[in-house]
Write a protein that binds this ligand. Sequence first.
Ligand SMILES: Nc1ncnc2c1ncn2[C@@H]1O[C@H](COP(=O)(O)OP(=O)(O)OP(=O)(O)O)[C@@H](O)[C@H]1O
Ligand SMILES: Nc1nc2c(ncn2[C@@H]2O[C@H](COP(=O)(O)O)[C@@H](O)[C@H]2O)c(=O)[nH]1
Length: 187
Amino acid sequence: MKKGLLIVLSGPSGVGKGTILKEFVNDPELNLAYSVSMTTRKMRPGEVEGVNYNFVDRPAFEQAIRDGELLEYAEFVGNYYGTPLKNVEKLRAEGKNVLLEIEVQGCQQVMEKCPDALTIFIIPPSMEELEKRIRGRGTEPEEIVQQRLSKANREMELVDQYKFIVCNEDPKLAASIISLIIKRHME
Ligand SMILES: Nc1ncnc2c1ncn2[C@@H]1O[C@H](COP(=O)(O)OP(=O)(O)OP(=O)(O)O)[C@@H](O)[C@H]1O
Ligand SMILES: Nc1nc2c(ncn2[C@@H]2O[C@H](COP(=O)(O)O)[C@@H](O)[C@H]2O)c(=O)[nH]1
């Protein structure tokens, strides 16, 4: 069986990665499996354990790091986030195209370990629009919003390391561009 692709959606917090992803993740033609990350962040209202994330405490996350269980991980604005390696390998071996939605430090680790990964950086139409979106989502207190925005400015400098850059002006349009990129690489 042909091994599935590894697709990485990255970009600053609040740019709309999760919103875009919802538009294409269930398209049967793309044969995708979403990789559920592990995090030490507190669950937001409406999030579901095992669906949005596997929510763990810091000792459990640090044990997973020591045991080499993560394909990549990063500390992002006070919390750990990481991709369980075993699940990604299993799904790819079954022929599934595995989709990661991760921040840029983690994506750099994936670029080193899996140079064939399809890395896609989502950019906002402007930094003002990014700020509007992250505030509009209303999930983080002001202090965290400020930290995420200041990180976003530095993250944007890494855009040229990615294979594809997609602007999220409209989530449906961005999703159709990403679907096309994936289909081309499935041929
Ligand atoms: N094209 C768009 N135009 C306007 N608003 C958008 C657009 N795309 C997403 N949004 C809104 O922006 C906010 C942030 O989107 P989303 O949560 O998908 O971002 P994210 O990149 O996944 O964030 P994080 O990295 O923090 O998980 C949400 O309120 C979402 O509804
Ligand atoms: N390096 C990783 N980054 C991840 C992973 N899962 C999610 N993320 C990214 O973290 C930030 C913050 O997420 P939030 O849910 O608290 O808003 C965001 O950019 C996510 O894409 C992961 O496994 N590894």
